[in-house]
Write a protein that binds this ligand. Structure first.
Ligand SMILES: [Zn+2]
Length: 229
């Protein structure tokens, strides 16, 4: 078995895609995995799902998780399809290893999200050798910053959209607060975490009509009428 085939298996790249070459650069500490699709392959139109032939291709690169110390990139001559249906037109095919519009593979994004739970984004970005704005873009895609409050409701069912993570961002003016203030804040957060099972949380008591800034205007009340059990 050729190394290209092995890389294809390891990355889960399947017909009609295939790994055609793997290029190591010792100087750049970089590994490029070049992917192509089989000649004559047809792809689903991203709008209607009909299988349609390839119109043209465009070069795309996605950052993947490092292989050892090598920064790894997937590169592909990505097909665009031309669908004859009204409202479809020429569209870039969705590849199975990345979401559309992202410069990272899904595995890299999963790693970025796992690390984001453990450390500040700035430190994570330095760790991954990425600019923190690019990591924030991944986090913003998967997480509603104010959690369920920002995520809104399903228009049809009225159910809340559950976010992948509930986050709280603390914004601290550095010239105002000292280390001892921050020690106090950290102590209080730890204290809250330790009593988390006794905290009932809040529920939405009132919210404005759809289309308003619900997260600014909504009112809350303690679940079960009490904040803490
Ligand atoms: Zn179509």
């Amino acid at each position: 078995m050729q190394p290209e085939e092995l890389f294809g298996l390891a990355l889960g790249i399947d017909h009609p895609w295939q790994v055609v070459s793997v290029v190591f650069s010792k100087e750049l500490k970089r590994l490029d995995i070049n992917i192509d699709f089989k000649r004559g392959a047809i792809f689903p139109c991203p709008v209607c799902g009909d299988l349609v032939p390839v119109h043209d291709t465009t070069e795309k690169t996605w950052r993947h998780m490092n292989f050892f110390q090598y920064e790894t990139y997937l590169k592909e001559r990505t097909p665009r399809v031309k669908c004859p249906k009204d409202g479809c037109g020429v569209k870039l095919v969705t590849v199975p290893w990345a979401r559309s519009g992202s410069g990272f593979t899904l595995l890299f994004e999963a790693l970025a999200m796992a690390l984001a739970r453990e450390m500040p984004i700035k430190i994570e970005a330095a760790h991954l050798g990425e600019h923190d704005t690019r990591i924030w873009r991944i986090v913003d895609h998967y997480v509603e910053e104010r959690g369920i409050v920002s995520a809104g409701r399903d228009r049809k069912t009225g159910e809340h959209h559950p976010p992948a993570l509930e986050l709280v961002r603390l914004t601290i003016p550095r010239r105002v607060y000292t280390q001892s203030h921050m020690d106090y804040v950290a102590d209080k957060i730890i204290e809250l975490h330790e009593m988390r099972d006794r905290i009932n949380g809040l529920e939405i008591a009132w919210e404005p009509a759809a289309g308003s800034l619900r997260f600014f205007l909504m009112r809350y009340s303690p679940r079960g009428g009490r904040l803490i059990n």
